[in-house]
Design a protein around this ligand. Structure first.
Ligand SMILES: [Ca+2]
Ligand SMILES: [Ca+2]
Ligand SMILES: [Ca+2]
Ligand SMILES: [Ca+2]
Length: 496
């Protein structure tokens, strides 16, 4: 019998075994996954193990259904596989016809008159608690492992490390040391982000707007765009396709918008092409700022030069923070896969002038961003620029910036600024050949070969490399925290 499970903050309380057992020869021995399962991939089936033989004739596709806990009407269809063992552990496997939605809380319901082998009905509510959360997207690349073997886990992405191998599911807020560290999968049990939480990537630009991982996460400035059309008819609102987000795909059936390049999704690039009219329609001082701004060239396309040696550094930061999950693309989702990205270009490399960064920060704040990610460093500094960053902070935007990658103790701006969260990088300890029986990579982190140690470091962020990736990962994490606060109606200031 499981103890009651209370999630952090007392948000959800699952009381198990609260129904009086009915007279039945049949009961559920176990359910997988259940609320205590720390990892459930979005494509995995659920299984129910009964403690006795089932009457196979009484189990069919109507016997069970699975639905989001907050929307029982949204039943997920699937197939029931009856694992006829005819021994005392008959198993029913429910395989969804589509993937579970990342981060949704699902509930398993029994509906039919299922009988055991002696024709006694099973009429209990699941005594183990029916909830589980699909918290690992299918586009997170990881080798197979045995979930029952804690040392069988190998981490090859920066999304999962930090969990407590002794008690990976702990959410006991009285024992914070038992709560897993920077494991996004734990946070995804509560939220995968919200469209109204905007994360500004203040960097050297995207590689291209049409990237499948970010195209439909990019911010659109409603004040510079006409109402989308469905054919010749104006849509009822800017969210034309009704997915809860105003993004490029809302113009998919708009005849004024040209098609994206072959095999690419529609992006703000096509909208700039179609709707840039040389007028600052929303009067914010930026002409045709449909999706971000380039402060280096002072124009509305925040796209960098991918072919340069440093590449489009900003593109990777955008993906670290917000790459879409479960879209058959990429090898890892962003930390906040359902937040919104505001691309702002301030440099052509990973060094940026403090002036340009401050302009980018001011613009991000103006457009309502709650998080700024500045994974670049400025060797210069001015108090006027620092004041701009302070204003953004007081206006509700938290700036997350890289401490730098020189393995040194010098101060790099904007990270060293008074109100800025400075991030250094750590990564899982690589396994050591002579000690390869020890899974070091899942139990501890180590210093990287790059990142700085200036006096102002606030957060050691996990990454695969240096402080840029760690900074964008922390930015995505901040997006998750703000999203969850918004869900709960909690006002979160940058200071909090
Ligand atoms: Ca939409
Ligand atoms: Ca404008
Ligand atoms: Ca315009
Ligand atoms: Ca993806």
């Amino acid at each position: 019998m499981r103890r009651p499970i209370v999630f952090a903050g007392g948000v959800v309380t699952i009381l198990v075994a609260m129904t009086t057992p009915q007279a039945s020869a049949l009961s559920l021995l176990s359910q997988w996954p259940d609320a205590a399962t720390w990892e459930q991939r979005t494509e995995w089936p659920v299984s129910l193990v009964f403690d006795a033989t089932l009457n196979t004739g009484t189990v069919d596709s109507d016997s069970f259904f699975v639905a989001p806990a907050d929307a029982p009407g949204d039943k997920v269809t699937g197939t029931i596989e009856f694992d006829t063992t005819n021994v005392a552990d008959d198993t029913v496997i429910f395989t969804p016809s589509e993937r579970w939605i990342l981060g949704r809380v699902y509930e398993i319901h029994a509906t039919g008159d299922i009988e055991d082998g002696a024709a006694d009905p099973f009429d209990e509510v699941f005594p183990q608690g029916g909830l589980f959360v699909a918290n690992v997207p299918m586009d997170l690349e990881r080798p197979d492992y045995n979930p029952s073997d804690p040392f069988g886990l190998f981490i090859n992405a920066n999304v999962l490390p930090g969990f407590d191998v002794v008690d990976p599911e702990s959410t006991d807020i009285d024992k914070p040391w038992t709560i897993p560290g920077m494991g996004a999968t734990e946070a995804w049990k509560f939220t995968t982000g919200r469209p109204d939480v905007v994360i500004a990537i203040i960097d050297n630009g995207l590689a291209l707007y049409n990237n499948r991982e970010v195209a439909d996460r990019l911010f659109l400035n409603q004040g510079e765009l006409p109402m989308p059309q469905d054919g010749t008819d104006a849509c009822a609102g800017y969210d034309c396709n009704g997915d809860g987000r105003f993004s490029a795909s809302d113009y998919a059936n708009d005849p004024r918008v040209g098609p994206p390049p072959a095999s690419y999704p529609l992006s703000p690039g096509e909208l700039i092409e179609a709707f840039a009219d040389g007028v600052d329609n929303d009067g914010n001082g930026y002409v045709d700022d449909i999706s971000g701004w380039d402060f280096l060239r002072n124009r509305p396309e925040a796209v960098g030069i991918d072919e340069w040696p440093e590449g489009a550094h900003g593109d990777d930061r955008a993906k670290d923070a917000c790459a879409m999950a479960d879209n058959d693309e990429g090898d890892k989702p962003g930390f906040c896969p359902d937040c919104t990205l505001l691309p702002i270009r301030v440099s052509d490399a990973i060094l940026a002038s403090h002036n340009a960064v401050a302009q980018g920060v001011a613009y991000a704040s103006l457009m309502g961003a709650r998080v700024g990610v500045a994974a670049s460093g400025s060797p210069d500094y001015s108090w006027e620029n620092e004041k701009v960053i302070l204003d953004a902070y007081e206006n509700g935007m938290i700036l997350i910036a890289a401490s730098g990658d020189e393995l040194g103790f010098h101060h790099s701006f904007p990270a060293a600024g008074e109100t800025v969260v400075s991030v250094k990088s750590i990564f899982p300890i690589p396994n050591i050949e002579l000690l390869d029986f020890l899974p070091l990579n899942i139990v501890a982190f180590t210093e990287t070969y790059c990142t700085n140690y200036n006096e102002h470091v606030h957060v050691a962020g996990s990454s695969g490399a240096c402080s840029s990736e760690a900074t964008a990962n922390v930015g995505g994490s901040a997006g998750l925290i703000i999203s969850r606060a918004n869900d709960l109606g909690v006002e979160l200031s940058p200071g909090k």
